[in-house]
Design a protein around this ligand. Structure first.
Ligand code: PMP
Length: 446
């Protein structure tokens, strides 16, 4: 481990105290970045955050995507305050639910009806339950490298850790975590992105027991690996032919990569879509929406859906304003332009040093790869030099840029990433790349 080049003494001390009450000193395991590198945030504004040692960072994690307009956006926060005056939750509905549902349905043509949830996990969990209720079937297809939240049915992955990409065998399907019943594995069909033959084969063999196929056409938790349009259309077609439902998980891409989400970029109509991150600029709210006949299964005697905090007045008011901004202003164009500029700047730095690289995903959420071509699926990611990414990310943190330390998380852009953010970032990238090269060159050769 290298020494920190920023002062983290307060964060380090807080970490040691927090450890006494909070496992790993944090409230989400992914927020633990090591005993001496776990940081605690004092505040965020626009595209920047400050930690409790007063280190300033340009932030490209944005809480894993939600702060699409930037932290503490005055317009959304004012709306949230108006929501506060409504009074919280009532175990009854408010009028604003329809206003927000109308907005979502107008932005995303595949959505006839909407139900709200509190988190992406809850929305996807409800979507899968709905698909099972509608079809009367239980198994489902997942794409390798996808992430659909922390619920048991979604927590199955291809174990590429020890897997040899040159072998002809498939990586093993394993749970993400201890505590997940192995019995559930029989219901999962895991398949690589962009492999039409494999997908056709799964449907040919199991089509009559598949309730749904879940897909993130831009993998928001796997470097922005993207589905080819033909692959998403094949998924649509196979689901239709076999009576399964297509669930497009837009928790990260929804209202970000386009007003109508990633589905609009592919011209594909899912049966159910899930949304969360960009809905309310960080206030906790999510939604699922879809075809009328399917959504009407949410009824007594049909699929259960609800929850005490569902459609909380504060989050709902924030969503109304955030979605209005994303729909009616050029915020999304601004965000994508900033992403394109940042990518061009990073490319110029890497090109000057002859470092082979590529980008995946969308300008508003992109993965950086140290390989000629971006991976077409999670198995390909194994072949890219993620050691260089991980080393560069480590130095970027010290230099005031927050990106995910793991190369599988894309960089997220927000409307508040202005030129000064980009300039500061590129200065840091230049230094971080040099430091990463030096550090890796100094490694003992095995
Ligand atoms: N689906 C996708 C595509 C996601 O990216 C995430 C979160 N990273 C989830 C579901 C789960 O959302 P949440 O963390 O809000 O539960």
């Amino acid at each position: 481990m290298l020494a920190n080049t920023r002062n983290l003494s307060r964060s380090n001390a807080h970490y040691r105290n927090a450890l006494k009450r909070l496992p790993l000193g944090v409230s989400s395991t992914f927020r633990y970045w090591g005993d001496d590198r776990t940081i605690y945030v004092k505040r965020g504004k626009g595209g920047r955050v400050w930690d409790i040692d007063d280190n300033q960072y340009v932030d490209y994690r944005l809480g894993y995507g939600p702060a699409i307009l930037g932290y503490a956006d005055d317009r959304v926060d004012a709306a949230a305050r108006r929501g506060m005056e409504v009074g919280g939750v009532f175990a009854l509905s408010t009028e604003r639910e329809l206003t927000v549902a109308d907005r979502i349905a107008n932005m995303v043509p595949s959505v006839d009806l909407v139900r709200f949830s509190n988190s992406g996990t809850e929305a996807v969990m409800a979507a899968l339950r709905l698909a099972r209720a509608y079809t009367g079937r239980e198994s489902y297809v997942l794409i390798e490298g996808s992430y659909h939240g922390l619920f048991d049915a979604a927590m199955w992955m291809a174990d590429v850790g020890e897997w040899n990409p040159d072998s002809r065998s498939d990586p093993e399907t394993v749970p993400y975590s201890k505590g997940i019943p192995m019995q559930l594995k029989d219901l999962v069909h895991l398949t690589p992105m962009n492999d039409p033959n494999r997908l056709e084969d799964i449907f040919a063999r199991h089509g009559d027991s598949i309730a749904a196929m879940l897909i993130e056409p831009i993998q928001g938790n796997c470097c922005g690996i993207s589905a080819d349009t033909e692959f998403v259309r094949l998924a649509r077609d196979l689901c239709t032919r076999h009576g399964a439902l297509l669930i497009v998980d837009e928790v990260k891409t929804g209202f970000r990569v386009a007003r109508g989400g990633v589905q609009s970029l592919h011209g594909v109509t899912p049966d159910i879509s899930t949304f969360a991150k960009a809905m309310a600029n960080g206030y906790p709210i999510a939604a699922l929406g879809g075809r009328e006949k399917v959504m009407r299964m949410f009824r007594y005697g049909g699929a259960a859906h609800g929850g005490t905090y569902t459609a909380h007045a504060v989050s709902l008011a924030a969503a109304e304003e955030c979605l209005r901004i994303l729909d009616e202003t050029d915020a999304l164009e601004t965000i994508a332009t900033a992403g394109a500029r940042l990518k061009a700047g990073i490319k110029a730095i890497l090109d000057r040093r002859g470092i082979v690289h590529s980008f995946a995903g969308h300008d508003s959420m992109f993965g950086v790869f140290f390989a000629e071509e971006p991976p077409g699926n999670y198995r390909d990611w194994k072949r890219s030099d993620y050691t260089f990414y991980d080393t560069m990310a480590y130095h970027l943190h010290d230099l005031g840029v927050i990106c995910e330390p793991d190369s599988r998380e894309p960089w997220f852009m927000c409307e508040a990433h202005d030129q000064s953010c980009l300039d500061d970032t590129l200065r840091a990238v230049e230094l971080a790349v040099d430091r990463a090269q030096e550090q890796l060159a100094a490694r003992p050769q095995s």
